[in-house]
Design a protein around this ligand. Sequence first.
Ligand code: FES
Ligand code: FES
Length: 178
Amino acid sequence: MSENRASENPDREHAVAFTLNGEAVRARVPARMHLGDLLRGAFGLTGVHLGCEHGVCGACTILVDGRAVRACLMLGVQADGTRVETVEGLTESGRIRDLQDAFHTRNALQCGYCTPGMLVTAAELLAEGEEAGDVPSRDVIRAAISGNYCRCTGYHAIVDAVAVTAQARHAARREVAE
Ligand code: FES
Ligand code: FES
């Protein structure tokens, strides 16, 4: 190990500035802290659930520049200059109200631990469908949520909830277009 590397302090804090749920924020973050811990600890965004903390369960899924990302696999310092959205921001904006209603009416959650990650992942998929002007099939929905583990519901009700939301949004777009 070089002399320089040996003298680096991995706990040294770095200044970061990014957009969080529509607001410009700043923080100081230790080099080794992952983004999930930063969002929960510094900003109180406890909808960023931490399960495995090594990229497997999907409970910590957030959007970074519109893409679904594991908050436990991204360092806090890497958020600098990005646009981060959590389930709290998506909820407050109203953008996933229909999806949340569908989760409720379809009984797509029990303990709810996986739910924020499921909602964020589905939000990305639905946004992609809207851009492309199509409705994701059940197989596409299953593939999209395959990186999100749910220990309670089985997955059928979750797929149902995403599918009915996609169909309803598609029908609404067609109505506006006609
Ligand atoms: S806590 Fe991040 S993927 Fe499990
Ligand atoms: S509802 Fe409990 S883990 Fe999914």
